[in-house]
Design a protein around this ligand. Structure first.
Ligand SMILES: [Ca+2]
Ligand SMILES: [Ca+2]
Ligand SMILES: [Ca+2]
Ligand SMILES: [Ca+2]
Length: 354
């Protein structure tokens, strides 16, 4: 009777799949993610379609699975890749991380991150079984280092559906200067093996949607966040269901929201006199988070200067001077707002008077 009871408890604890002291017997890093249970799916078919990729169902991300024990974080990405790359980004610390994947020293791709700045990523390609685990320089955004002792495996094989990339990262390798890890943010995607290629599918979906143009810069601005140390005792919480710890920046599914300029506000009008020490102040309102550069041109199309950032975001001024500091001739000037993602641009005019 007792034996039966113990068997039942063991069986149930396997089914429930809570985080526990040691999961290394259950989670095997072999590129097949069926050793994770449904309680460990933080992105699954509820959130992420398997037919939303611009490159079709054979190049699609389907989900992310997560669990952990005292020593390791276990991760799996379910996807299908035919001649392309699968990547998983991990953001542990808010104060630094990759901002622009086209500026890093390895795996250069056309992605910009917004709301998330990954500190680590793992990437693999079709038929490769040894995904590479990379770390961005502590405190930095550009310098990547390949960490070769992390156990990884992937089984993507020329369009075979239902394959995965798995990895097992010692918590100690994710910690910087012994700082405790309270939560992690995750984001996975498909890209190609070519430098500066974009992505036809990410999970969770980004807010602005994805372009069919494979080299178009993609803004990755959504993530799933998993609370690891909810009681703040410095250790990963055990005995919990990872899925219950998962939240999104914006919970999928949702329709993409193309970036729009809703308004450009000129607080004190568009006419100003730089020779009297005046500046023109302007703000831009958009329907979702993005960064913009503002370039100033004269009517002949000559570049004059960049505008100055004000403290508020998407808020600038121009002092009516060119790059050399000289007051520009009176006349009409064009402010050219360009989304840093390259998604949209907008022109406005101002008038310089004597
Ligand atoms: Ca496995
Ligand atoms: Ca997908
Ligand atoms: Ca970060
Ligand atoms: Ca997607």
């Amino acid at each position: 009777m007792y034996q039966y009871l113990i068997y039942c408890i063991l069986y149930l604890s396997f089914l429930i799949a809570e985080t526990g002291t040691d999961l290394s017997n259950r989670i095997i890093i072999d590129g097949y993610s069926n050793d994770f249970t449904s309680d460990e799916e933080v992105i699954n078919e509820i959130h992420e379609s398997s037919s939303d990729s611009y490159w079709g169902e054979y190049n699609d991300v389907k989900g992310i699975k997560v669990t952990w024990d005292n020593t390791f974080l276990y991760l799996a990405v379910d996807a299908c890749s035919w001649d392309n790359n699968v990547m998983l980004f991990i953001d542990v610390y808010d104060h630094y991380g990759i901002e622009n994947m086209s500026e890093v020293n390895a795996w250069q791709r056309s992605f910009k991150f917004y709301n998330i700045n990954p500190d680590y990523f793992v990437g693999t390609w079709d038929t490769n079984d040894s995904p590479q685990f990379w770390k961005v320089q502590e405190g930095g955004a550009l310098q990547l280092e390949w960490i070769q002792n992390i156990e990884t495996f992937s089984t993507f094989n020329t369009g075979s559906i239902d394959r995965s990339m798995e990895l097992k990262i010692p918590w100690a390798d994710l910690q910087v200067n012994m700082q405790p890890i309270t939560s992690i943010k995750l984001l996975s995607l498909i890209t190609s093996g070519d430098d500066f290629s974009g992505s036809p599918d990410c999970a969770p979906d980004n807010l602005g949607g994805i372009s069919n143009n494979s080299s178009q810069m993609v803004v990755l601005d959504n993530y799933v966040e998993i609370v690891i140390d909810g009681d703040n005792d410095g250790n990963p919480d055990l005995g919990i269901l990872p899925q219950e710890r998962a939240t999104f920046h914006k919970t999928p599914p949702f329709s993409p929201l193309p970036l729009l300029v809703e308004n450009v506000l000129f607080e004190d009008g568009k006419v100003f006199s730089p020779s009297l020490g005046e500046k023109v102040y302007f703000e831009l309102e958009t329907n979702r988070g993005s960064e913009f550069d503002v370039k100033i041109f004269n009517l002949s199309g000559e570049f004059i200067d960049f505008s100055d950032d004000e403290i508020q975001t998407l808020s600038w001024s121009w002092d009516g001077r060119d790059q050399g500091g000289e007051v520009v001739p009176f006349g009409v000037y064009i402010l050219y707002f360009i989304a840093s993602s390259g998604e949209i641009s907008q022109k406005e005019t101002v008038v310089v008077v004597n």
